[in-house]
Design a protein around this ligand. Sequence first.
Ligand SMILES: NC(=O)c1ccc[n+]([C@@H]2O[C@H](COP(=O)([O-])OP(=O)(O)OC[C@H]3O[C@@H](n4cnc5c(N)ncnc54)[C@H](OP(=O)(O)O)[C@@H]3O)[C@@H](O)[C@H]2O)c1
Length: 386
Amino acid sequence: MRSVTILGSTGSIGRSTVDLLIKNPDRFKVEALVAQKNIEALAKQAKTLQAKMAVVEEESLYEELKDALAGTDIIPAAGKSAVIEAAQRPAEWVMSAIVGTAGLRSTYAAIERGAIIALANKESMISAGPVILSALKKYKATLLPVDSEHNAIFQVLHEPHRPHVEKIILTASGGPFRTFTRKQMASVTIDQALKHPNWSMGPKVTIDSSNLMNKGLEMIEASYIFGFPESKIDILIHPQSIIHSLVAYEDGSVLAQLGIHDMRVPIAYTLGWPTRIKTDLPRLDLSALKQLTFESPDEELFPAISLAREVLKKGADRPTIMNAANEIAVQAFISGKAAYLDIVPIVSQVLDQIETSSPSSIEEVLLSDQQARLIAEKVIHKKNAI
Ligand SMILES: NC(=O)c1ccc[n+]([C@@H]2O[C@H](COP(=O)([O-])OP(=O)(O)OC[C@H]3O[C@@H](n4cnc5c(N)ncnc54)[C@H](OP(=O)(O)O)[C@@H]3O)[C@@H](O)[C@H]2O)c1
């Protein structure tokens, strides 16, 4: 039986993971579940899965969690240090699915004890790529990408053929505004941005997907995970989200991974790795689909892609800064303090204003992250004051 911990169990990825665990009771046992504040869902999951520990990050909710778990053997805990403690418990496999840089410390804590990390929390890799990569090596931990594109590449990148890779090609649905004009984009509302045509995801990643910031960030994530420069990474719009990504080799062969657009498919791959588990998900029926279409991204409509390319080329802590500034800009859009089309320019202005460095520890990464957040807040404040 594989022991597992889920960091962010009550979110979209977390719930999909829980669903797979419930359907495979003989294969997995649960060490710890972590949420931020959703006590009701967390306690229900912990009871159903007979977890050993349930943690809520919000410290003031400890008593409430304790009450919700009364009469069980599940250990309740609360606070930031309890989240780290959960990651340190001896689970063989850890799902990193907290949203944003908030997931960095706990992901790192699981790496430090050599766990298998199923990484959904792309922001950890984007903000601390070099530090995470060297820790994975140092502590002999294993990284399994959950993001559907990176999971696809992981499945079709035959390691001995790595020197013969010409390109890796990340597919993107193009989001809900693929056919919009810039003028139409200027009046996009939060409700519109929160409606993804194919995927059902948490709010932050849904907004990132709508302006292709997600694809820009994923390009950085792919560069770190697979070790290819920006020049070897292409983006391809594929509105049906059936081909999840491709690897093109120098002999002209192109290998792709296909599947329905349901995150339980890549999550199941990481749960079963290095073998596979059975799922009862609907099967891909290509004859019913009939048509798969592709187009190049419009980088004028979606400037986040060229911004991410520039960030990757220039390096240093620019990915950390881009990621942090984007989190603040997205929050500002959600809370009505920034317009939809302000998100990318805010990130770009922060990158122009900040002094860059090359962090070599998590503490230094978090320092860069904090500085970028402060500058992003100032940029937004200044915009609103005009
Ligand atoms: N959803 C997808 O299909 C998808 C696909 C690819 C990659 N990803 C990536 O996966 C990650 C999770 O995305 P999601 O869509 O599942 O997000 P989500 O639905 O917003 O869920 C976030 C989870 O993290 C918890 N959380 C938030 N802040 C926390 C904190 N400070 N400490 C501890 N727990 C915290 C939340 O707890 P509460 O419920 O208590 O707030 C929730 O369990 C993101 O990095 C995203 O980019 C998601």
